[in-house]
Design a binder for this molecule. Structure first.
Ligand code: URA
Length: 187
């Protein structure tokens, strides 16, 4: 199956489900023949506005890190587990991001699996705990398996911390640099 067909199916399915809500779907982006598929958590505000994954602050951070591996976006396929922006209303009355719920993750996961089956990238890089647990099992945690190649149901998975967590925790920067150096060996 082609990615465009799958995307059409996904749009039809979620248009019915979120009927009447203004929840734009942010689909994956990149080459069907990509060597590496990056899987994030869910779109944020900028991603929902532009309809593309990782175009906000976390995306800029990601680009910076990717430079260290010699990979650029053109060689990648980039997507998220959940393809709508999960939001809540803050105490100040603003619409802010929230982590996706287990129900949202389970709703979108079969679509992600189909997407990865079409793209067939030899290496799947998960960004953060949500993508790691969705694809490699809930018992895994990023603090333990980051930077190690996992083999799960025939898929080669390389877990990285989420680029946003490095923004919030600068101490992770050095660890991230090491993980990226290890990643370069596998691509
Ligand atoms: N964070 C994610 O996990 N995905 C995006 O697309 C943007 C920020």
């Amino acid at each position: 199956m082609k990615l465009s067909r799958l995307n059409q199916e996904m749009r039809a399915f979620f248009a019915d489900l979120y009927e009447g809500e203004s929840k734009p779907l942010v689909l994956g982006e990149g080459q069907e023949s990509a060597r590496v598929a990056l899987v994030g958590e869910a779109p944020g505000e900028q991603e929902a506005l532009k309809g593309k994954p990782f175009v906000g602050k976390a995306g800029r951070n990601l680009d910076e890190f990717l430079r260290a591996t010699g990979l650029d976006r053109a060689q990648l396929y980039i997507t998220n587990v959940v393809k709508i922006r999960p939001t809540r209303v803050s105490d100040a009355g603003r619409i802010v991001n929230r982590p996706p719920t287990r129900e949202e993750i389970e709703l979108f996961l079969p679509w992600l699996r189909r997407e990865l089956a079409v793209v067939k990238a030899p290496l799947v890089v998960t960004l953060g705990n949500v993508a790691l647990k969705a694809l490699a099992g809930r018992e895994r945690t990023i603090g333990v398996v980051h930077g190690q190649l996992l083999s799960v149901e025939g898929m080669r998975i390389f877990p990285l911390y989420h680029p946003a967590s490095v923004l919030y925790n600068p101490r992770l920067k050095e660890i991230y640099a090491r993980d990226l150096a290890a990643l370069s060996d596998f691509i």
